[in-house]
Design a protein around this ligand. Structure first.
Ligand code: COA
Length: 196
């Protein structure tokens, strides 16, 4: 008899509250991603209590949407959409994709791609036209992912982060999700106006 390998079910969903083992699984996934060097800011895993507080905070704060990715129902990664604050009228069409990660055991199944696509759909549904994000230069898989999904690398900050005593550059990306006709920079808009 030939053994068949079943592909795991890869799904993403927007999380409004933690149910069942969700919070536990999300913390486990985060912990493993941090230990692997891809902890969206964390360099060392914090105490479980601190991490749980962080994730509960993500659901509680306004202007943030949490998308989780699952392999066979178990949370294995996530991404967040952050909306501009109401006072930021000038950037009211620009949202931020942040904290995208997949646990090492769940990589290579297309989960990150689905997470980013779900964040994009959520941004579009909210009326946003542009997504921006930044990533450490050492996160080569993520950089490849964003290039693949049509993100434009527009700048690099050479002193973006410090990890274990080493200064690391950061890459800044944007993607135009929907053309409103006003998103192309208009130099005349920036030029100082002459009086009268
Ligand atoms: C980057 C990361 C999220 C990818 O997760 P994943 O679920 O394995 O990615 P996917 O299977 O959805 O792959 C989608 C695309 O990403 C790119 N990619 C994924 N893994 C890659 C790797 N090891 N090397 C190069 N490119 C890779 C590829 O372009 C791939 O598309 P393709 O298979 O059509 O070529 C994951 O490796 C991770 O969590 N890394 C550490 C955290 C991190 O860097 N987060 C980003 C901070 S913004």
């Amino acid at each position: 008899m030939t053994a068949t390998t079943l592909s795991p079910a890869v799904t993403v969903d927007k999380l409004d509250r933690f149910k069942g083992a969700d919070l536990h699984d999300l913390c486990d996934a985060t912990d493993l991603a941090i230990k692997d060097g891809g902890g969206f800011g964390w360099v060392e895993p914090p105490e479980r209590e601190v991490m749980e507080r962080y994730w509960r905070g993500v659901l509680a704060v306004p202007g943030r949407t949490l998308i989780v990715g699952r392999l066979d129902g178990v949370i294995a990664g996530s991404a967040q959409l952050v909306r501009p604050p109401p006072n930021n009228e000038a950037q009211r069409y620009t949202a931020t994709l942040t904290s995208n990660f997949v646990a090492p055991w769940a990589r290579g199944h297309g989960l990150a791609r689905k997470l980013v696509e779900a964040v994009e759909a959520e941004a579009l549904a909210g009326g946003y036209e542009i997504l921006q994000l930044d990533v450490r230069e050492t996160q080569t898989a993520a950089i490849q992912l964003y290039h693949r999904l049509g993100y434009v690398h527009w700048g690099t900050n050479p002193v973006y982060a410090r990890v274990k005593g080493r200064t690391i550059a950061g890459l800044y990306f944007y993607k135009i999700l929907r053309q409103s006709g006003q998103t192309t920079p208009q130099p005349a808009d920036e030029a100082p106006r002459s009086p009268g």
